[in-house]
Ligand binder design. Sequence first.
Ligand code: ZN
Length: 259
Amino acid sequence: MTTLLVVLLCLCASLFPTLSTAKQSPVHPVGSGAEIDLENDPVSADIRAHWMRRAISTLSDLQSTCPFAPFGAVIVNHTVTEPGEGELVCIGVNAVQMDGNPTLHGEVAAINNCTSILTDPAGKYQLSGPDALKAFSDLSLYTTAEACPMCSSAILYGAFREYIYSTPIHGPNSLLAHGWPQIDLPSKEIFARSLGREVRTRIVPQVLANETEGLFVWQFGDGACPASCVKEQDERGWCVEGEKQEVPTGKKASPGREL
Ligand SMILES: [Zn+2]
């Protein structure tokens, strides 16, 4: 019986090599949900920038080069290759308008995609539901803007290892500063108000905010379009790709509509 158990355990380890062999890193101590200063970030600025740029590029991959709702996310496993770059597990973008689902903000879309990938019986990980849930505690979520209360709560419930955002909700060059409709509740306050639950997720704020700001300045303000985009010559004044005058079908979003 004991031999059979050992064999089964070995088989499981070989089936799920990436996440099942992940180990706690001495350079990533479990935190308390507090924000960490970029100067004290155990992951290098170059690696943070790499993954935040990948979060930005999900927008052109899955949405548009001139996205109205430029909220993209990537979920990365930094524990398998430390002190290296990390391994991409899944991506997601705001798909509220495309899919007609009000919950599909970029972070939630990425989490849903990760669950599908982690539990795919023919995929790389082939995890059970409970094991996929545990695996999130090894993962780091990068997102182009600070998460709304819904997404902050999803990150909290996922007990992610890290949550890294770019453009903040508050402050200069923030979503609020550019006129974006927001529930005025920062992520760290959502985390701080969690009761009866150990908050393990470390928040790394405003990574590459100088590069994501341009994505958010035109929708509710009078900022310039992102590179390679032009303003439509009508009352909407939306930013569209190249010389096109119409936003492609399925990628429309109305100013003022909840995102
Ligand atoms: Zn959200």
